[in-house]
Design a protein around this ligand. Structure first.
Ligand code: FE2
Length: 156
């Protein structure tokens, strides 16, 4: 991929999906430590808080990548582009708010380990759902096809 050359839709798709795989690994791990914490309080609290902060950082970085490479592509890929972009903007705003909150709560002693574990459980469920939806509606192989985009570019 040259610097001046925009990424192909298939390349954008591969990169974003790789990001999802990485995030799912963190989400799975957080779910594990949160459940362990609820089951046997005190066992993994420090790890749970640390992983939650890592999640917030990694997920935020992923949102930025999507906005840089996926959003402009969706915008022009078909007639539903602007609708998809609207949805992405709304989803990302919501996710950023949730991540900001969880980050704050991780550093706030007012939140007990059990409270945090329950919140993290719900956050993991919601973020997994968001990513699945995104993969169906915005990252489908039939949507991000290299040939379709070039036909539209040349055919007008
Ligand atoms: Fe994503």
């Amino acid at each position: 991929m040259g610097l001046a050359e925009p990424m192909k839709p298939s390349e954008v798709r591969t990169l974003v999906l790789a990001g999802h795989t990485l995030l799912r690994g963190i989400l799975d791990d957080i779910m594990r430590v949160a459940l362990a914490e609820l089951d046997q309080p005190g066992t993994g609290a420090a790890r749970m808080r640390q992983r939650a902060i890592e999640l917030a950082d990694a997920f935020s970085a992923h949102l930025e990548v999507e906005e840089e490479i996926l959003r402009p592509l969706l915008q022009k890929i078909d007639a539903w582009g602007p609708v998809r972009v609207e949805r992405m903007n709304a989803d990302h705003a919501n996710q950023r708010e949730r991540l900001f909150e969880i980050r704050r709560q991780c550093g706030d002693p007012v939140f007990s380990d059990a409270q945090l574990a329950r919140r993290l459980k719900q956050l993991v469920i919601d973020l997994r759902e968001d990513m699945e939806w995104e993969e169906r509606e915005m990252l489908d192989a039939d949507l991000l096809r290299d040939d379709i985009l070039s036909i539209r570019q040349f055919g007008g």
